[in-house]
Design a protein around this ligand. Structure first.
Ligand code: SAH
Length: 447
């Protein structure tokens, strides 16, 4: 299994290498103490060279990919359909497709689109995705290593006041072992290590963890551990964790403090900006549909994400959790169409963005992943948390639904622990089948 295609460095200027993938040229940076020179075969993720690979192995992998690479490209082209919209939305979409700058009222028109206009809206976003970035689709793995959290976020099921959930922490040995399985057995080249804000793991422990992983595996590690000091993040970067997933949650400062008691939006944004300036590969974004949010807020959320210039957009619909403050309020559920419109609008606003189709979309609807990929999305994450912990990382209900779905009757299935581990592999296979059926190559070629 392969989630990255090796490329050949054709030239290096300073720390920036130009890499060839079957004739396509992309750039990636050489970081840390990796020695790379023209002629080397390398894996790149998020614009960073994460590993070298010997020529024989690279040529063997490229041999198995060559035909498929071009077949998939053709298939992607074949899936590019567009209905024909009428009225105001038609002219807004034409402008978006021609690279025009959309006004706020045009963005609102997009978010208000209903019924027959949706097909053209999503189809146009899919066209732009294909013409700007081709058919590559990042597939990252995510490992949720602790559900302890010191925060009281009003939306999140693992908030510290939820006494109903069983808490767990993986040991450093367990995390290293699971990462090894994900990289060596399952073929992942980029992994997110996520947890609540859990001070049990000191900086030194996390640094040891990152070093142990990076000594053994060529993988781009993203940390998704919430707010720590910039100094802590810098040390973690030096240890080899070059990525961070840190959403700002909402661009509305008042709502932010209401949703995250004791916290300030400026602090979160300040940290995200520092991480990006330091060279971290950052994924950031927001939650769609927090209580009281308007279309104007959603547009601000998208524009703030763009202004941060992250490597990847990560946003998803609010799924109310019964054991949270929000769960106890009557919050209007977010429709799948609004989530898809947010993907499409983000694609218009930032045509070259990597836009993650989050698992929360699948919680809304089984076809959510597919529909997100056809509405402008081009990145996915697969949950690789070990079966005994999966389900306990209960930030929102129905999160592991994809692991619990029985294809034969489309109904929920009560599965035993070892069936669930098989389900992880099934999810990977289903995801690859989905990508191939849409003509997408499960690889991050970068820009
Ligand atoms: N502690 C880390 C990781 C938090 S969980 C951090 O602070 O960054 C990852 C993301 O899940 C959060 O950033 C939030 O955007 C999302 N999330 C939490 N609860 C949710 C819910 N009920 N519905 C949808 N998304 C939710």
């Amino acid at each position: 299994m392969c989630y990255a295609i090796p490329g050949r460095i054709i030239s290096i200027k300073g720390r920036v290498a130009t890499i060839d993938y079957f004739g396509e040229k992309r750039t990636a940076s050489v970081i840390g103490d990796l020695k790379a020179r023209a002629g080397d075969y390398v894996y790149a993720q998020g614009g960073i060279i994460i590993d070298k690979i010997n020529q024989d192995e690279a040529l063997a992998i490229l041999g198995t990919w060559k035909e498929r690479f071009f077949e998939l490209k053709k298939k992607d082209m074949d899936t590019l359909t567009r209905g024909r919209a009428e009225g105001e939305i038609a002219s807004v979409l034409e402008k978006a497709e021609n690279g025009g700058f959309l006004s706020r009222s045009e963005m609102e028109t997009i978010l208000k689109t209903q019924d027959s206009g949706l097909e053209t809206l999503f189809g146009t976003a899919n066209h732009i995705r294909s013409s700007e970035l081709g058919n590559s689709c990042c597939v990252h793995g995510i490992l949720e290593f602790s559900n302890y959290c010191k925060n009281e976020c009003a939306y999140c099921g693992i908030n510290k006041n939820n006494t109903k959930i069983k808490r767990y922490r993986m040991t450093i040995d367990e995390i290293v072992e699971r990462v090894g399985y994900a990289v060596e057995e399952l073929g992942f080249k980029a992994l997110v290590l996520q947890s609540g804000e859990d001070d049990y793991y000191t900086d030194d422990m996390l640094i040891e963890l990152v070093k142990r992983i990076r000594e053994r595996y060529g993988v781009l590690l993203f940390l998704s551990i919430g707010e720590r000091s910039f100094d802590s993040y810098k040390r973690l970067y030096e240890a080899g964790a070059y990525g961070a997933l840190l959403r700002f949650e909402t661009s509305n400062p008042k709502l932010y403090t209401l949703m995250r008691p004791g916290k300030k939006l400026d602090d979160r944004i300040g940290l995200i900006k520092k991480l990006i300036a330091h060279g971290f590969v950052v994924a950031t974004g927001f939650i769609i549909g927090l209580p009281g949010t308007t279309e104007a807020d959603l547009i601000n959320d998208i524009l703030l994400t763009k202004s941060l210039k992250p490597d990847m957009y990560s946003f998803g619909p609010l799924i109310p959790h019964p054991d949270t403050q929000i769960g106890k309020m009557k919050t209007k559920p977010v429709s799948l169409n609004l989530a898809l419109k947010t993907i499409a609008l983000s694609r218009f606003v930032d045509p070259k963005a990597k836009i993650l189709v989050t698992t929360a979309l699948e919680t809304l609807e089984k076809q959510g992943k597919r529909k997100g990929l056809l509405a402008g999305g081009n990145s996915l994450m697969i949950n690789l948390t070990p079966e005994q912990y999966k389900g306990k990382y209960d930030i929102y209900p129905g999160k592991t639904q994809d692991q619990l779905f029985d294809e034969s009757n489309n109904g929920p299935l009560v599965a035993s622990a070892d069936q669930l581990d098989i389900k992880t592999q099934d999810t990977i296979r289903e995801t690859l089948d989905l990508l191939y059926s849409l003509g997408r190559a499960p690889t991050d070629l970068g820009r």
